[in-house]
Ligand binder design. Structure first.
Ligand SMILES: NC(=O)c1ccc[n+]([C@@H]2O[C@H](COP(=O)([O-])OP(=O)(O)OC[C@H]3O[C@@H](n4cnc5c(N)ncnc54)[C@H](OP(=O)(O)O)[C@@H]3O)[C@@H](O)[C@H]2O)c1
Length: 333
């Protein structure tokens, strides 16, 4: 089968990405089903791994944590009735707070024609949702959902600042927060003003012309979700009384330091990395099918050498509006 392989880590070039046509097709087992992949989506972590390794990763490695396709084999031990061969499904093949799984194997493997995934990471795709949209949603929607509701414990009516609302995680977070009736502020560049306005946000701060921590209207809000990795996030929020005592702050760009000093002041202050959850994917798929959450797709690329290099260049640019898709089966949408 065709698959992308990272052959070595290389921060200077994408020549370490190879599309091969003779990769072995993954096999199912007692817990893993086999999915014929129609669409996959890239995340910034894919190029960070290709560049630096970033997390322990066994080479050669097939990247891609998000995909959508059709079940072609059920796990050999499966006795349930929720899933059948032929079901349209999607997955986020990530671990728990790291990209390798409980059995210490690196996950990913979505940039290929077939993948083997455990059933607990899989959810069915509602009929009205395309493979592209399902693939585009998995990792970023789980991250936004978990950051808001597991870390920040966001409640209806609270006031939240989402740094980077025009990014893929940020756009899901804006919508989840607005849907439960929060007052939502976000940072965005002028080119993305219209993009975040479509979600009905209450306040947009142009980060290229002003500093959110100097904004009087933000003083005393309940929480911050940082989806960009703001330098000095934690001291800025605290020293300018942006988040109230007992409020909460999370950054998903988990290399940020300095939160430890504020642990006694806030109910939650930390960096956070998502965990897989088929159950939450089901919930989010239903929201998308109901039109309660919109999913933006920036560009679509094909599973060949030029397409894959262009896909990685696009996500590396940091200038996408929505998700970038690797279309494995070209006729799909
Ligand atoms: N910890 C986790 O579990 C987890 C999970 C998913 C992603 N992440 C990380 O979270 C970050 C965002 O991921 P993503 O998929 O949402 O990225 P993305 O979609 O590629 O984000 C791109 C967007 O960010 C905006 N942006 C860039 N710099 C900004 C700034 N200083 N302030 C506000 N907006 C800014 C860009 O618009 P403009 O340039 O026009 O502003 C662009 O629209 C990445 O670093 C990723 O690795 C972490």
């Amino acid at each position: 089968m065709r698959a992308v392989k990272i052959t070595e880590f290389n921060p200077d070039s994408l020549a370490n990405l190879q599309v091969i046509s003779d990769a072995p097709r993954p096999s199912g087992n007692a817990t893993h089903c086999v999915v014929k992949i129609h669409s996959a989506a890239i995340n910034p972590i894919d190029w960070k791994i290709a560049a630096l390794g970033f997390w322990p990763t066994t080479l050669p490695f097939t990247p891609g944590y998000d995909c959508a396709g059709v079940i072609v084999e059920l796990p050999t031990d499966y006795a349930g009735d929720e899933f059948s061969v032929g079901d349209r499904v999607f997955t986020c093949n990530w671990g728990v707070s790291r990209h390798w799984d409980e059995d210490d194997t690196s996950q990913g493997g979505c940039f290929a024609e077939f993948g083997a995934f455990p059933l607990h990471k899989i959810a069915k795709i509602p009929d009205s949702v395309t493979f592209d949209v399902a693939a585009a949603s998995a990792l970023v929607s789980l991250t936004a959902y978990q950051a808001l509701f597991e870390c920040l414990k966001l409640q209806p009516g609270q006031r939240i600042l989402i740094l980077g609302g025009a990014g893929a995680v940020g756009a899901f977070a804006l919508q989840f927060a607005k849907n439960i009736g929060c007052w939502v502020a976000t940072t965005a560049s002028p080119r993305n003003r219209g993009f975040v306005e479509q979600y009905g946000v209450d306040k947009i701060i142009d980060y290229s012309g002003s500093n959110w921590w100097e904004d009087e209207e933000l003083k005393g809000i309940d929480c911050i979700l940082d989806a960009v990795g703001e330098i000095d996030l934690f001291p800025h929020a605290h020293e300018n009384s942006i988040v109230r005592k007992g409020g909460s702050i999370v950054s998903i760009v988990f290399t940020l330091a300095g939160f430890e000093a504020y642990k006694s002041y806030y109910s939650y202050v930390d960096n956070f990395v998502l965990h897989h959850s088929g159950e939450q994917l089901r919930l989010i798929a239903d929201m998308i099918a109901a039109g309660a959450v919109k999913v933006s797709i920036d560009s679509i690329f094909s599973l060949d050498q030029d397409g894959v290099v262009a896909l990685f260049e696009k996500v590396k640019s940091g200038k996408s509006n929505g998700k970038n898709i690797l279309r494995v089966i070209q006729s799909d949408e």
